[in-house]
Ligand binder design. Structure first.
Ligand code: FES
Length: 119
């Protein structure tokens, strides 16, 4: 007798893959709890949910820190004891972030445009 298996509707894993979280551990963010944030993310999230990396280069938003970058979108002013929930909320419903790690200031873009137009 042949059997077929149909996955239970609630047993399917959520798609989307593993996120990458970079935790700023430069001076200012470290003073504001960066190490605790890093430890809590490591403890609170599974490896399937996220790869958590320490970053020692400043993201450039020290005043608003401590900061993390979730898939290169910067989340500012995260708190050690709520960061895991905040990351999960963000993964479920990503907000639009203007401050990606790859973004440049308008002044920096002007310089790039000047170089291009000189060619
Ligand atoms: S030290 Fe973390 S953003 Fe500058």
């Amino acid at each position: 007798m042949e059997t077929t298996s149909t996955p239970h509707p609630h047993s399917e894993k959520k798609k989307g893959g593993q996120a990458t979280i970079k935790v700023c551990l430069n001076t200012k963010c470290l003073q504001k709890g960066g190490a605790e944030i890093f430890a809590n993310l490591k403890e609170g999230l599974t490896k399937e949910e996220a790869l958590i990396l320490p970053v020692y280069e400043c993201f450039g938003y020290c005043k608003a820190g401590p900061n993390i970058a979730l898939n290169d979108n910067i989340l500012k002013g995260v708190r050690p004891f709520t960061v895991v929930e905040q990351v999960r909320r963000e993964l479920d419903n990503p907000s639009c972030k203007a401050d990606g790690l790859g973004s440049k200031s308008l002044d920096a873009l002007d310089a790039v445009l000047d170089d291009i137009t000189r060619l």
